[in-house]
Design a protein. Structure first.
Length: 160
């Protein structure tokens, strides 16, 4: 990991990772935040995580919301399986998803993820190739817009 998160995001990420660790909720950071940690010059206003959707983990997600003084919003679409945790005081938005386009399973994503540490607490960060594959598969304009940047970052990482 480059640890290239903007300085103002690090305390927020440390707070999130500490709370995740204390709740025992196992996640993998995905999306632009994960890409930024690997040196991609991208920005994001939220943190996206893949997790296993089990009754125990849904309970841990509720505990996480309490620890962060946030609330979990219901999915916007009936077919959506996304759990959004919002902390209104700080503006933190965390999205938790049990499926990720272009990725077979949580286990496969985790097997390629790198372990980072924030404030002494562990966080699994998705491999940049998985982030790229997911964005390509999803195909939304906002995802396609960053693909060239992510692919260039991956090429530079592989050359090292």
């Amino acid at each position: 990991m480059d640890g290239g998160v903007a300085l103002d995001a690090e305390p927020i990420l440390e707070e999130i990772v500490r709370a995740l660790d204390e709740c025992g909720l196992e996640v993998v950071l995905v999306g632009n935040a994960a890409a930024a940690l690997q040196g991609a010059p991208v920005t994001t206003l939220d943190f996206d995580f893949m997790f296993r959707k089990t009754p125990a983990n849904l309970g841990k997600l509720k505990t996480l919301a309490q620890k962060l003084s946030g609330r979990i919003l219901t999915p916007y679409y009936p077919s959506s399986d996304l759990y959004r945790l919002v902390v209104e005081d700080s503006g933190i938005q965390l999205d938790f998803m049990p499926t990720l386009h272009g990725v077979r399973s949580f286990e496969s994503l985790r097997s390629r993820a790198a372990k980072a540490t924030f404030g002494g607490h562990p966080l699994w960060v998705a491999d940049l190739s998985d982030i790229i594959r997911s964005k390509k598969t999803l195909g939304r304009p906002k995802d396609l817009a960053v693909l060239e940047i992510l692919e260039k970052t991956l090429d530079e990482k592989e050359k090292k």
